[in-house]
Design a protein. Structure first.
Length: 222
């Protein structure tokens, strides 16, 4: 299965039991932080750069607005808890599962009812030795594949796509990068590459996939 084309997001959004929704959010379209909790506002205030504070605030405000739209709640009333390894979740029985990732001016949010999800988006940041990192963090096979790519731009793209797939799986499992060395229990999550504007790379991992994936553009109803 592949994703649907990015479309204007519905208001209000609705999910069936098997579908996963993914929302693409442009973080430079500033959104008010009025819906944030006191702890979130305190965290936003700790950012040194204005651009980082604005983008983080926009991502959190969009997340709250989205989850409130799915649940029919006031975004200010949403309460979050953490799993054993710190993965955020909505407090309360029967709450939808979600995952948020942001890099630079781009954020992605995945929302599902019946499946754990993990999502990751990355934009190039600084020159690195992609082959060395792949050999240390990913697999020898991935490192060899990248070493065989002569063009630096293509090698970077291959690395980023492999990286987001790896990180999306870890986030789906709820371990994050800190749990990468832990032997997984259960079947491998289903993973799909998400088609977003280059040079960004993105991937979605879903427990017990494949499933239908709908891709929407934020904000709601536009």
């Amino acid at each position: 299965m592949t994703q649907t084309p990015w479309q204007r997001g519905p208001a209000p959004p609705r999910l069936d039991a098997e579908t996963v929704d993914v929302w693409l959010i442009a973080l430079d379209s500033e959104q008010s932080g009025d819906t944030l909790s006191a702890a979130e506002r305190e965290r936003a205030a700790r950012f040194i750069r204005d651009v980082d504070r604005r983008r983080w605030t926009t991502a959190r405000a969009a997340l709250r607005t989205l989850l409130a739209a799915y649940t029919g709640a006031d975004p200010r009333a949403l309460r979050f808890a953490e799993g054993p390894h710190g993965k955020p979740r909505l407090a309360g029985d029967g709450a939808p599962r979600f995952n948020l990732s942001h890099s630079g001016d781009t954020a992605l949010v995945a929302v599902a009812h019946a499946h754990e999800v993990g999502i990751d988006v990355e934009l190039p940041r600084r020159p690195v030795d992609h082959v060395a990192i792949a050999r240390r963090v990913l697999t020898a096979e991935e490192a060899d594949r990248m070493a065989a790519i002569a063009d630096p731009g293509e090698r970077e793209r291959a690395f980023m796509q492999a990286w987001v797939r790896w990180e999306a799986v870890l986030k789906c499992r709820g371990t994050g990068i800190g749990g990468a060395a832990t032997s997984p229990s259960g079947p491998e999550p289903w993973v799909i590459d998400l088609d977003i504007t280059s040079p960004a790379a993105a991937a979605l991992a879903v427990e017990h996939g494949p499933v239908p994936v709908r891709t929407w553009r934020w904000p709601l109803g536009r």
